[in-house]
Design a protein around this ligand. Structure first.
Ligand SMILES: NC(=O)c1ccc[n+]([C@@H]2O[C@H](COP(=O)([O-])OP(=O)(O)OC[C@H]3O[C@@H](n4cnc5c(N)ncnc54)[C@H](O)[C@@H]3O)[C@@H](O)[C@H]2O)c1
Ligand SMILES: O=P(O)(O)OC[C@H](O)CO
Length: 663
């Protein structure tokens, strides 16, 4: 036989050199096409299992824990059978629809129904393209399906399409629903050139048959596809949703789905309805049965309360989340009562963020364990020195599958180097932890203003969830995957902010400030990349990088307190200034400078980081704040100004400070 076989993506072209009939027959014999081969109805079934209809309670439990959901496409995801609609487009609608119904009701073998419909339609590629263009995927979707699939994907439930229809007609639907193309199991057309020459001068190409190697071309194809999914993924629970008898088959074979949801929103088939584990007529029933994600915040300081404005708004308005948000409060006395009570009365934190209403759906709670125990999402936002102790307290009270995000700028120094707060959460609580960093001065954040943040997540699906939680019209979130880069950028900028405060306090001018920012950014990036080789330069172009550096060096607390320190010429310590100026808020820059310096010393890198080293020498009282102007000399050759040292040297040595700082 003289023919050439070319694979072009999913399309197989046969360029014939012999009469079409004989090529066709040969292909049939070789089983490339199977127009008239009837598989005995049970031939492809690997092993039938008894499937007892599940109770509604069991169904809802399985639905809540499903790791993958497989949808039939025609009349489940889309409003009608694509071959019926194609048949109508080609003027043979009734004949095609009769065959479709016969197959869906179980009265005609699938492969036979497929081939008969193709024989009737005999579509050319041009007609298929014209059909696809005149039937945009968006208009073919059934009500509620987009919301259902979006909600499943947001919860990290993998969505598959398993269809007895054709891949070419399904691809636009998958794309419209953000379902990866590799998650489609469907039939493929086999194309063949005819004798007729088309308008372009080439032989007309027809969809003549289908690839019999696709499991969906025969009975038992849907459970077979699910078995294949299981071999590639360790899913415990897989749910099949569909309208036809071939979908119901998914639960009737070993290795198939664990539950079958029958969908009667387009066509109601009585056999399917009677035997489905769960019968629905609207996808909203499934969406409403997805558990809402419960959010809790650990922390209630300035940034915690400011960021709560976004969180509470999104929890109220996004169906993904439970409306109630819990917030843990480090209890204090406040105006003769308890701060927590006052917060629950005012829906604001009158001590740390007065005047900022964070939302009526937020409940302040002084009991840490009670706050976190039911949470699916934990937000950590306290000064960094308290996180270790807090994590130890809740170690045994975290719900399975809970995920976390840290808004904390800071780190801890261990004997082997720095430990990021996200790493600490991951290690102590055995949960994945993303970060949210950015140019975010808490007191400025409010609806109507412009503010940006960077979510960094190792897992894209977590990034999606956190974007849904924090992104608002007044807080724009960009998601990246460089967690370490983002977190270190947010942490290290606090040291540069201290330098900026010295510059401003000593009135060294804009040129000096710009020089400090430039050198600071360079040292931030170098430090981060030396500690984690995965850190990317681009991260420093995000809000968590140079934007945060700029904001904090212009208007942050670290800059403000360092400026006051420089202005008072050694009359007050940082501790005194912190309590005088910040009303209980915590200064992170001085502590972080000590921590960074401990790492530089440990690694022998002090001379490579002259700005960081100079800032720490000034913080430690070895130099005056004005000496920031000669930071290169300071780092190269330590010179001690005795007068300054005597009046401002802090009581504790660096090493002592670091030992007891992480309570
Ligand atoms: N404030 C900002 O503008 C801002 C912006 C972005 C990021 N951040 C970062 O967010 C994190 C939290 O900062 P913040 O501004 O919300 O807090 P904050 O500086 O207002 O800190 C005060 C909070 O710490 C609590 N606290 C005091 N002692 C405690 C203890 N022993 N244990 C636990 N908690 C205690 C207080 O009750 C209060 O809630 C920090 O890492 C900070 O760098 C702050
Ligand atoms: O006020 P600072 O200096 O703690 O900085 C606040 C934020 O981190 C700025 O993004």
């Amino acid at each position: 036989m003289n023919f050439k076989l070319h694979h072009r993506r999913s399309i197989v072209f046969f360029y014939q050199a012999t009469p079409p009939g004989s090529v066709y027959n040969t292909l049939v014999q070789k089983s490339y096409l199977c127009p008239h081969t009837r598989y005995p109805r049970k031939q492809t079934i690997m092993s039938a299992k008894d499937h007892t209809k599940l109770s509604r309670e069991k169904c809802e439990r399985l639905w809540r824990t499903a790791q993958a959901v497989c949808f039939d496409v025609d009349c489940t995801v889309t409003k009608e059978d694509a071959l019926d609609s194609l048949g109508r487009f080609l003027g043979v609608g009734d004949q095609v629809a009769d065959l479709t119904n016969a197959a869906m009701d179980g009265n005609l073998d699938l492969d036979e129904a497929l081939q008969k419909r193709l024989d009737i339609m005999n579509p050319t590629i041009d007609k298929l393209i014209a059909y696809a263009k005149s039937n945009p995927a968006e208009e073919r979707l059934v009500p509620g399906i987009r919301r259902l699939i979006t909600e499943l994907q947001a919860r990290n439930v993998e969505v598959f399409l398993i269809s007895g229809g054709f891949r070419e007609l399904i691809l636009p639907v998958a794309d419209a629903l953000n379902i990866p193309r590799e998650n489609i199991f469907a039939n493929r057309f086999v194309y063949m050139a005819s004798d007729k020459v088309g308008p372009n001068g080439y032989p007309e190409i027809h969809a003549k048959g289908f690839d019999a190697n696709e499991p969906t071309s025969r009975e038992g194809g849907k459970p077979e596809a699910i078995r294949r999914i299981r071999t590639l993924n360790p899913y415990n629970t897989i749910v099949m949703v569909g309208d036809g008898i071939t979908d119901l088959e998914a639960v009737e074979q070993t290795g198939g789905a664990d539950m079958f949801v029958g969908y009667g929103g387009v066509v109601e088939r009585s056999y399917v309805k009677e035997n489905a584990d769960w019968w629905i007529t609207s996808h909203d029933e499934l969406t409403d049965a997805i558990p809402k994600l419960k959010v809790a915040m650990v922390g209630s300081g300035a940034w915690a309360c400011a960021a709560m404005q976004m969180v509470s708004k999104n929890a109220r308005e996004t169906p993904l989340f439970d409306k109630r948000v819990d917030m843990w409060v480090f209890e204090e006395d406040y105006e003769g009562g308890k701060l927590t009570d006052k917060m629950n009365e005012l829906k604001e934190n009158p001590k740390y963020m007065p005047g900022v209403k964070y939302g009526d759906n937020v409940v302040a709670n002084p009991d840490l364990v009670d706050t976190v125990k039911d949470a699916d999402i934990l937000i950590f936002c306290t000064p960094h020195q308290f996180v270790h102790k807090l994590c130890m307290q809740i170690q045994l009270n975290i719900k399975d599958n809970c995920i976390a995000i840290s808004l904390i700028k800071g780190m801890r120094v261990r004997h082997d180097g720095p430990q990021l707060i996200s790493t600490m959460v991951r290690r102590i609580l055995h949960m994945e932890c993303s970060v949210l960093m950015g140019a975010n001065i808490a007191t400025e954040l409010a609806p109507g203003t412009l503010c940006e943040g960077t979510v960094a997540s190792h897992f894209p699906e977590h990034g999606t969830i956190f974007k849904s939680l924090f992104d608002t019209s007044f807080y724009n979130v960009n998601v990246i995957n460089d967690v370490e880069g983002a977190e270190l950028a947010g942490t290290l900028k606090n040291v540069v902010a201290v330098a900026a405060g010295f510059v401003d306090g000593c009135e060294l001018g804009h040129n000096a400030k710009a020089a400090v920012l430039r050198q600071g950014l360079s040292e931030m990036r170098t430090f981060a990349k030396r500690i984690f080789s995965t850190v990317r330069d681009e991260t420093f172009n995000e809000s968590c990088g140079m934007a945060d550096l700029f904001a904090t060096c212009c208007g942050g607390r670290n800059r403000m307190v360092s400026m006051a320190f420089a202005k008072c010429k050694g009359q007050k310590t940082f501790d005194q200034l912190e309590s005088e100026l910040l009303n209980g808020q915590k200064l992170q820059g001085v502590l972080t400078s000590n921590e960074v310096q401990a790492v530089l010393k440990m690694k022998g890198w002090e001379k490579d980081f002259p700005l960081f080293t100079a800032v720490n020498a000034i913080v430690q009282g070895m130099y005056e704040p004005k000496d920031i102007a000669r930071y290169r000399d300071l780092a190269a050759k330590p010179v001690v100004d005795e007068t300054f040292v005597n009046t401002t040297r802090r009581k504790s040595l660096l090493e002592e400070k670091l030992m007891d700082v992480h309570f």
